[in-house]
Every structure is written in C-alpha cells, then in structure tokens.
Write a protein that binds this ligand. Structure first.
Ligand SMILES: C[S@@+](CC[C@H](N)C(=O)[O-])C[C@H]1O[C@@H](n2cnc3c(N)ncnc32)[C@H](O)[C@@H]1O
Length: 509
C-alpha cells in the first residue's frame, strides 16, 4: 500500500478509485449480500447483511461492515479494502478512527458511507454518499445535529422532481446533498443551502467524491439567496416535522426547523415564488396540520393566497395526532418507556393546544406562471402505492393545464381528436344478471394511478376516442343514440372530458 496523500483532493480521488475497484456499488453490494439482506437493509435491519458478510475479506464486504453496518474491522482489513487511501487516508478524511497503528488494531466508523445509483435521462451513475451514522450502526438515539442519509422522503422528492434541463436549481435544506447531486445532472448550476454547517461539510465531501460542482451556502430558508437571484427549479425536502416547542423535546435539525406547528412549510410555500424565475417550478415535501372545520386544501389555499403561484398538491398520507407523535418519537431512536411517554405527552399537548385533528403529508408542485390569469389549483388525495418516477407526470400535467387553459371555448374541445392513454384499462362492475354495468372505472396503470368513475355515455365517449373522431363527432353520435340535444350532452360531458385530460386518462393530440 502506498503512503496516502495529505491533499484532500487527492485523497478523495484515491477513495473514489478504491470504492470503484472494490465494486462497492448498489449492484455490487446486492450481489454480495443477496436480495433478502438488501431488502432488510432498506428497512434499516442489519442482521442479514452482517451474517452474509461475516468473516469475508472481500473489499466490498469489509467496506459495508465498517461504513454502513457500523462494525469494527481490523486496520489490515481496511488497508486491503482501500489500497490507495489506506486506513490513514480514511482517518484524514474523517471517515474512521483507528485504535492504533498495528495491523490487528480495530478501526471504527465515524460516518456512514454507502453506494447510491441513479438512472435518469443522463444515463446511469454510481455515487457514494457520506452521512452521519444512523441507529442501524450505533444502536443509539440520534444526536441533535445528525445529518441524514438518503431516506424514504429523499427518494419521494427525487422521484417527483421534474428533470427538464434548466439553468439554475436551488436545493433548500440540502443535508448530505442528495437532491443537489440529482439536480446537477440537468442543471448548469446548483445552489444548495442548509442551516447546518455539518450538513454542508458532508455535502461538500459528497460533491467532491462524485465529481459534481455545488454552490454551497449556509443560512435559513431564503436568507442565502442573494437579491435578484432567480431559479428555474427549487427543490426542498425541508425539516417539516411538527414538533412541540418545549425544552423537554429535542430539536433535530435534520427534520425540524425549530418553528411552531407547520409554519416552516407555510413560510416556504409563501416565499418560494420570490426566488422563482418566470415559469420556474418549486417542488417541496411538507406536513400540514388538519384542523376541525377546515379541509386540508383550504389550509393550503390560505398559504398560497396572494402568491400568484400555480399549485398542484398531492396529499399522500394522513396521520392522526397520536400516530404522528409515535412515528417521529421512534424516528429519533426513542424506545418505549418513561422518556417516550414524556415526549408523547408533549406532542399530544401541542396538538391539542391548536385543535389539530391530524397531519397531512404530501408533495407540492408550485409554479410561477409565465402569463397572468387564474392560477392552477389542483389538490388531490392519493394514497395509492406509486412506483414510477413522477417528474414526467408532473411536467406533463402542467403542460396539459396550459393547453386546457387555451381551450376555454367549448368548440375548441369539440374540434379535438383525443386518444385514451395506453396504460388505461376499463373495469366494469355488474349487478348479477344485469347486462349493463352498474359502475365503470377507468384506471391508469402508471403515473399517479388515477381512477375515474364514468357513467354510460362518458364511458362510450372515452371508448370512441381513437385519435381520429373528434370529440364533437362522438358527442353528436351519443346525442342521436340517447335522443338528446347535442348541447345538453356537451354541457354534461365536456367538463368531465376536461378532467380526464387533466388526469392523463385522455391524451391531447
Ligand atoms: C429532511 S433533511 C433533507 C435532506 C436532503 N435534502 C434530503 O432530501 O434527504 C432537511 C435539511 O434541512 C436543514 N434545515 C433545517 N432547518 C433549516 C432552515 N431553516 N433552512 C434551511 N435548511 C434547514 C437540515 O439541517 C437538514 O439538512
């Protein structure tokens, strides 16, 4: 093994080369530990992967054990797994701490370092991400300045993000930098901000390790944005967790911005329009409180009032106050016991004080419109299991909204030749013995998996949308069949046709 460099840039390049040579990639680790242990790791369960790598000197096994599973390895084993960097180089980079310089001395991890793969329009990339060690490795509650690795919410936002090539992106609350790294693949310049100095340090390591240039800035919310700066895309997986503001409850910076209730998300929604370029899009995750006598969308409408932004909000989950409190107390690594109950009481008191009946979670897509006019307001509740990347769905949905806005006259719709989207199937439910269906459902197979219930003649109209007949011709035929005036059929069906187009069930030419 060569003597490791003292230049951090050389050390990072050596580390990258070592990780590549060790095949320490998502696929490499998958092949090493097998599907069962990989799936268990995704659930933050380490035991199957520990068993699969026990006693192995495979470099990827040594790296997985020390940097993800939090186990000590010998200095000799790590030197062999990282031949260019060596244990000494890994120590200089702040990745591990060795008990001594002898080959049999123990080396323990200081951070989590795991592979991550991305497959998008720019191709496939294999990255490595440094973050703080989680409960999986330490078995302990998280520290208040913990820097999160890639979690479920990170992946939700990455999947929802519109990946149209743009000039400038802002990743607000970058953490280890995952959203910023994704954005670097379709943007010329990425600015990534965080209040946490430690998060920015780790994001800088990840940017260097993955050969990505990031403009990193420290500060809260929009403070790091300079006067006049505008972004084509803002992404944020913000610290949205609603947390009681009492001394008894720790503030975890990675998930809690230190503000009461859901006001941090409210401030993001209210302020993001100021930093968006015309036509620019902001995609955010958020929690919002549900209050007696107010629907979830009314609360978001209030936040959006006066911003002039288009808004498409998908509520993906709703939790009652007790379930919400339990979830986030456990997320902090707290096990059942008196301390758990103390925190639980604080959460329930906080919710009761504001009359909170539940908490919604969802994805917000906001846009600064290019032209004046009534802004888009689309609020949908969608608890379906979604597996496709949704960025293209949101991009297509915004484009369809713009086209529909230009088709305000009913005659505009009548002239269109529509087609049923290829992933749509029709499900019919009959009362036994009755030849006519009682319920017809149009079900999207992908994207947001919309389901629309349609009655007889709307089902007929959709079925006739073959890309050749116009909506007007189909409507005229239905009017004859139903012995009804064409105008009445139009009045009844056209608003529903617009909804089906907006949902992506019917496609515009
Ligand atoms: C949930 S983590 C998201 C990390 C990463 N972007 C991702 O998608 O996984 C939220 C991040 O916001 C940061 N943060 C907390 N308060 C903030 C604030 N007021 N302004 C900006 N960032 C903040 C935290 O330090 C943390 O890194």
């Amino acid at each position: 093994m060569s003597t490791p460099s003292t230049d951090p840039r050389v050390l990072v390049a050596d580390l990258r080369a070592d990780l590549q040579a060790a095949n320490y990639t998502v696929d490499g680790v998958g092949a090493l530990v097998g599907d069962v242990a990989s799936a268990a790791l995704d659930r933050e369960q380490s035991l199957p992967a520990l068993r699969a790598t026990e006693g192995s000197s495979d470099p990827a096994a040594v790296l997985l054990r020390v940097t993800t599973l939090g186990r000590a390895v010998t200095r000799a084993a790590l030197d062999a797994a990282l031949p260019r960097t060596g244990t000494a180089g890994a120590e200089r980079l702040g990745l591990v701490r060795a008990a001594g310089s002898a080959p049999e001395d123990e080396v323990k991890p200081l951070v989590d370092l795991r592979p991550y793969s991305v497959d998008d329009a720019a191709g496939t990339a294999h990255w490595w991400l440094v973050s703080d060690l989680g409960e999986l490795a330490t078995g302990e509650a998280l520290s208040a300045d913990h820097v999160l690795g890639v979690g479920g919410a990170s992946l939700t936002l990455a999947s929802a993000t519109i990946r149209t090539p743009v000039e400038r992106v802002l990743d607000l609350g970058t953490g280890c930098g995952i959203q910023a790294l994704h954005a670097s693949r379709h943007s010329r310049r990425v600015t990534a901000t965080d209040t946490s100095e430690r998060a920015l340090d780790l994001a800088a390591v990840n940017a260097a390790l993955n050969e990505v240039a990031l403009d990193l800035r420290q500060g809260s919310l929009f403070d790091p944005v300079e006067a006049g700066e505008r972004f084509d895309l803002v992404v944020s997986n913000p610290p949205f967790v609603i947390t009681p503001r009492t001394d008894a409850v720790p503030t975890y910076e990675y998930r809690d911005g230190g503000m009461p209730g859901d006001s941090l998300v409210q401030r993001l929604v209210g302020g993001v329009g100021e930093v968006l370029a015309p036509g620019g899009v902001a995609q955010l995750l958020g929690n919002w409180e549900l209050h007696e006598g107010q629907s979830w969308s009314q609360r978001l409408e209030e936040w959006l009032a006066g911003t002039g932004l288009d808004a498409w909000v998908v509520q993906r989950e709703v939790a009652d106050p007790a379930l919400y409190a339990e979830t986030w107390i456990r997320d902090g690594g707290q096990k059942s016991g008196p301390r758990f109950d103390e925190l639980y009481t604080a959460w329930l008191d906080d919710f009761a004080a504001r009359g909170v009946t539940g908490v919604g979670f969802g994805v917000l897509t906001l846009r600064r419109p290019l032209r004046p006019g009534a802004p888009l307001r689309r609020f949908e509740e969608n608890f379906a299991t979604l597996s496709d990347p949704l960025g293209e769905v949101f991009a297509a949905g915004l484009a369809v909204h713009d086209r529909l806005a230009g088709l305000a006259d009913p005659d505009d719709l009548a002239d269109l030749t529509l087609q049923v989207a290829p992933d749509v199937t029709d499900e019919r439910f009959h009362t036994p013995g009755d030849p006519d269906p009682r319920i017809v459902l149009l079900r999207q197979g992908g994207g947001l998996r919309h389901v629309a219930q349609v009655d007889g003649d709307l089902a007929g109209l959709v079925g006739a949308c073959d890309g050749e007949l116009t909506v007007g011709q189909i409507t005229a035929g239905l009017a004859v069949l139903g012995e009804e005036a064409v105008g009445e059929v139009r009045t009844r069906l056209y608003p529903r046709v617009r909804d089906l187009i907006a949902d992506g069930i019917l496609l515009l030419p």
